[in-house]
Design a protein around this ligand. Structure first.
Ligand SMILES: [Zn+2]
Length: 173
């Protein structure tokens, strides 16, 4: 197995790639080659940042000490079950499903915590679901998130055909 970049190296790679992409997009916009609205740029940036610093594939190590868990501060412990459930560089490091496992886990944890809070404090306000979001804004969000994940996987030397089957087997183990 090749040497795996540390969390800090991953962050630097992602920040570097973002800078190049942002400069390129700015240039292309000036040249009227593409049109990017400020809202689209913001959604992309937000998702890319969250994907880089808070939802890194290396959360599969959250049962121990890992950079991406530390970024959650006091809430870092919430990722410990994820780290125990997913073996390092298994399903969590696949190209399509991997990033979805973290979103699903986050959604599950949110529902669980809100549910717990509601039993203790029935008046606890339910998080209002976002207004129906248009595809135009959802797409940059998905792009930003997935790009942040894929840069991590590329840096890890994980190929797009990284065995989903192998990931499942490891998950069950
Ligand atoms: Zn990794």
């Amino acid at each position: 197995m090749p040497a795996v970049p540390s969390g800090r190296v991953h962050n630097l790679i992602n920040i570097g790639a973002y800078s190049v992409l942002a400069a390129g997009t700015l240039y292309a916009t000036r040249q009227h080659l593409v049109t990017v609205t400020p809202a689209q740029a913001m959604n992309f940036t937000l998702a890319f940042t969250v994907g880089t610093f808070l939802l890194s594939p290396d959360l599969d190590l959250a049962e121990g000490r890992v950079d991406s868990k530390r970024h959650w501060g006091l809430l870092g412990f919430l990722w410990v079950p994820y780290g125990m459930l997913f073996s390092h560089r298994g399903l969590s490091h696949t190209w399509i499903l991997g990033p979805l496992t973290r979103l699903a886990y986050l959604a599950f944890m949110t529902v669980l915590i809100v549910g717990l809070l509601r039993t203790v404090w029935p008046e606890f306000p339910l998080p209002r679901l976002l207004e129906p979001v248009s595809m135009k804004l959802l797409l940059p969000f998905a792009l930003g998130y997935y790009l942040s994940q894929w840069l991590h996987l590329i840096a890890d030397g994980v190929r797009p055909d990284h065995g989903v089957r192998r990931g499942y087997r490891k998950l069950r183990r």
